[in-house]
Design a binder for this molecule. Structure first.
Ligand code: SF4
Length: 323
């Protein structure tokens, strides 16, 4: 699809056909299995100040934490014993968490367990770190591009540039990672044209996965008073990503469940998605991992219930990129 065709689809009010097509492509290219990825939010420290995020460095209203190496490894082992084959290690851009320490954690989780994949979602770090993490056994890296509009990107990410973000993604690819990007739907000032650019960017970057979720405000950020993104528009973006990047792994984000507790993620699974990411972060930490407000908890039980209600089956494999 070209940009004009994508914009036309984003404007459509009758989405039934679009979702049906995305669902069919999903079935043909990645099958009926849903991949479960278990998230550990191991640190909420962040050296950046993205306008929409409650973990921003300037937010003094949350208690900061770092889980210890032993806590992370023990939790990862418990998750894998539950049959979850991907561990997602996620944090703010916590540059104080050293390369050596993160490498040790990856190495210990992966040791003797080729059936387990590790996805890192720990932001922008020196290139040397990415190499060390790959050597230690990391398989995938998720670095959302957030917005393909470089002006919007610069406005909401002080001190950062889209150009640098994209260069990092290219470097991660060269290092052998399966890469993930993704954008926010409903950022203040965002147009349908911007969303079409997001979809085209995911295609040209040739990503293996994409995390796409609605903007949801957080009370301690500069965007506290802006309205949340629209669920239906988010579903249309997901469907168009599936149609334009057929083999992609596409999660139903927790933010979808936050907008609509009962139906959000089920609707996502019928609009082209094939991944769900339950949160395993211990409650004492999770309550301070506040990227946005009123975040709905999706645990393993809830994730399985959603898969069941969507009439799909749980994958028993790692869910690597089909490529
Ligand atoms: S979005 Fe990521 S990099 Fe930006 S403030 Fe939040 S945790 Fe930090």
């Amino acid at each position: 699809m070209n940009k004009a065709e994508i914009i036309e689809q984003l404007k459509q009010e009758n989405t039934k056909e679009l979702f049906k097509e995305a669902d069919k492509i999903r079935e043909v290219y990645v099958g009926n299995e849903i991949h479960i990825r278990g998230i550990i939010e191991f640190s909420n420290y962040c050296c950046r100040s993205c306008f929409y995020c409650g973990l921003r460095q300037q937010n003094k209203n949350i208690s900061r934490y770092r889980m210890s190496r032993d806590e992370i490894i023990k939790l990862a082992n418990e998750i894998s014993q539950l049959g979850v084959r991907t561990i997602v290690l996620q944090s703010g851009d916590d540059i104080e968490f050293s390369q050596k320490e993160i490498s040790r954690i990856i190495n210990r989780i992966k040791r003797g367990k080729p059936e387990i994949a590790i996805t890192l979602s720990i932001g922008e770090r020196p290139l040397d770190d990415y190499k060390a993490f790959k050597d230690a056994g990391a398989d995938r890296y998720l670095l959302k591009h957030e917005s393909a509009n470089s002006e919007l990107y610069a406005k909401f990410h002080p001190g950062q540039t889209l150009k640098r973000r994209l260069a990092i993604l290219e470097n991660l690819k060269k290092l052998g990672y399966q890469i993930g990007a993704g954008n926010i739907v409903g950022l203040p000032g965002q147009s349908l044209e911007d969303l079409a650019e997001d979809i085209l960017l995911l295609k040209s970057l040739d990503v293996d996965m994409a995390g796409i979720g609605p903007f949801i405000s957080q009370k301690d950020t500069p965007l506290a008073n802006f309205p949340c993104g629209d669920l239906d528009l988010n579903l249309r973006v997901l469907a168009l990503v599936r149609i334009n990047r057929k083999t992609i792994h596409l999660p139903v984000t927790t933010a979808l469940a936050t907008l609509d507790h009962e139906q959000g993620q089920i609707l996502g699974l019928s609009a082209g998605c094939n991944v769900i990411m339950p949160d395993f972060t211990p409650e004492c930490y999770r309550r301070n991992y506040i990227i946005y407000d009123n975040k709905k908890r999706v645990n393993l039980e809830k994730a399985k219930d959603i898969i069941f209600k969507a009439g799909r089956v749980i994958s028993k494999g790692r869910g690597d990129s089909p490529r």
